[in-house]
Design a protein around this ligand. Structure first.
Ligand code: ZN
Length: 304
């Protein structure tokens, strides 16, 4: 396999929003800058949502204001409605991500409206984003199962993808928000979505809740996604998804892909150093296996 996969780092948003404490703004900025220095070119840096619901993201504007703007880095702000979109654009995000939940019940719990209303809101936001010169992309959440409704039919997920595609997104992502998916499901959904939406860039977002995250990532690469989400150290969850635990760890994902000959553009040693820094900052062990085991062994003594 000789190809490349774009890594979208979601630790500063998906990771930190499920932390019990609130990371200081300056530390968040350092977190993002360390990741950019490691070669990550696209990061979900914060979300522009109700600070009463997600106090960990209440400093969204300050985080953006503290980041060095670079023409080669995409700072993604997550938004759920027009108000969030306006905040993200004013704050200087050059890409916005919106989520539409494949489960009606979950969408109402998470966003306060039904799935159809969220799709309509996405289409309006996508239009506004194109007009504002901000890159829009959209995620179909709970695409592999829902904590309230259980199974989600793959036909429903693909139909939602077809509808959100009308907003001309940069890319459509499928998220296993609660970490229930298995690789055969990933192959089927990505395969069907590629058939339904030829030429559309696809991305996948996995949580390692049931230890299937990296296997799902492999299946997604085989099925033809362009990008994968992951979080440094494997931190993260979702405050609206009961018992959802961390994203797949960026270190572990980059290790697997690079050893397979799939290029990521990320410096693994710098990433591991960032994970160690993060672990120290949070003051507790974090899930990444690379942080425990280290990278591929280097010979103890170099031959002269
Ligand atoms: Zn997530």
């Amino acid at each position: 396999m000789t190809r490349s996969i774009e890594i979208v780092e979601v630790g500063p948003r998906d990771g930190l929003q499920s932390e019990p404490g609130v990371m200081p703004t300056a530390t968040k900025i350092e977190f993002v800058e360390r990741l950019v220095a490691a070669g990550i070119k696209r990061l979900e840096v914060t979300s522009f949502v109700n600070p009463k619901k997600v106090p960990q993201m209440a400093d969204a504007e300050q985080v953006l204001a503290g980041l060095k703007k670079r023409s080669d880095v995409w700072y993604v702000g997550l938004v759920l409605n027009q108000k969030g979109f306006d905040r993200a654009v004013a704050a200087g995000c050059n890409e916005i991500g919106m989520a539409v939940v494949a489960s009606e019940t979950f969408n109402r719990r998470n966003q306060g409206v039904g799935t159809d209303d969220s799709i309509a809101a996405w289409l309006e936001i996508a239009k506004a984003a194109h007009a504002a010169g901000v890159r829009p992309q959209v995620t179909v959440s709970a695409a592999f199962g829902c904590p309230f409704e259980g199974e989600i039919a793959v036909e429903r997920v693909v139909e939602i993808a077809r509808r959100v595609a009308e907003g001309n997104p940069h890319e459509i992502a499928f998220a296993d928000t609660i970490g229930v998916g298995v690789p055969s499901q990933v192959s089927e959904l990505i395969g069907r979505a590629r058939a339904a939406l030829p030429g559309m860039r696809l991305r996948a977002h996995f949580h390692n809740t049931r230890n299937t995250g990296l296997a799902n990532a492999y299946a997604a690469v085989e099925a033809g996604v362009s990008a994968l989400d992951s979080s440094a150290g494997g931190i993260g969850g979702c405050p609206f998804a009961p018992a959802a635990t961390g994203n797949i760890p960026t270190e572990d994902l980059v290790y697997m892909l690079e050893r397979m000959g799939v290029r990521t553009g990320v410096n693994l040693d710098a990433l591991i150093a960032t994970g160690e820094w993060l672990q120290g900052t949070l003051g507790r062990p974090i899930p990444s296996m690379l942080l425990k085991a280290g990278s591929f062994p280097k010979p103890a003594t170099q031959a002269a």
